[in-house]
Ligand binder design. Sequence first.
Ligand code: MLT
Length: 303
Amino acid sequence: MANPYRILTLNKISAQGLKRFPAESYQVASDVDLPDAILVRSQVMHDMEIPASVKAIARAGAGTNNVPVAKMSARGIPVFNAAGANANAVKELVIAGMLLSARNIVPALQFVAGLAGDDATVHKLVEDGKKHFAGIELRGRTLGVIGLGAIGRQVADTALALGMRVQGYDPEITVEGAWSLSSQVKKAQSIEELLRHSDFVTLHVPLLDATRGLIDASRVKAMKSGSVLLNFSRDAIVDSDAVLAGLHEKHLRGYVCDFPSQTLQGQAGVVTLPHLGASTEEAEENCAVMVVDQVRDYLEHGN
Ligand code: MLT
């Protein structure tokens, strides 16, 4: 192989994406020396020694908080991401999360798993038990979307299709984002205004200094009584202790998040998932294709 580009993969990256690296000019592996580029998904790179040979880093996902972006910029190393490539997958799981909470699916599954006895006994237990799981419908309820990037906008559109009212907040919305946002999405002037009027609140902001702890105790208190918070962004955006207090006071109906949480695990009203938002075959392929093309363009053409 004459002078191949070397690509180091720190996580499993979809084969559909990796096969876009021509085999005659690229060596791609999880153990290459002196890589020209690094492909990463979830591995945290902040304490990693980045070899001098590296010219580009690409994250096969939207968020880049696991990559030392500022340090790399100072070295002139671009950090690419796959903005929007997994938005549909995350959106679908957010809608599922709303339904899980609205219909009490998790405790209902636990109840069914614990049923024992003959058919007549089980029938009686079901008839007595199901009243504890009566839920609410999404239609007619208000969803507040904080962050109107690719994911937030898709969640808003699907919620509208389900008959929900939708309000959104994003002081940093792009011009393109503003154009593609449905006119049925009411713009809230502040996070507090959105929280006061929403039955469900979903977060779609990156983890930055400005968003760490964005939903703190005062904002949990500002939420509408009986509302549900959904966090499919990053764990640190929400103060878990504040959410726990809100749940214990019955101020919040539920919290659905895409991260395991020591504080919240097993608490009534809480659903925690192992960061599955972008974990679909399609999203993994879309992200890999996008970042492989970005890396190739950069290495081969410098843009
Ligand atoms: C993202 O930032 O898009 C997700 O964290 C992707 C992932 O799960 O790898």
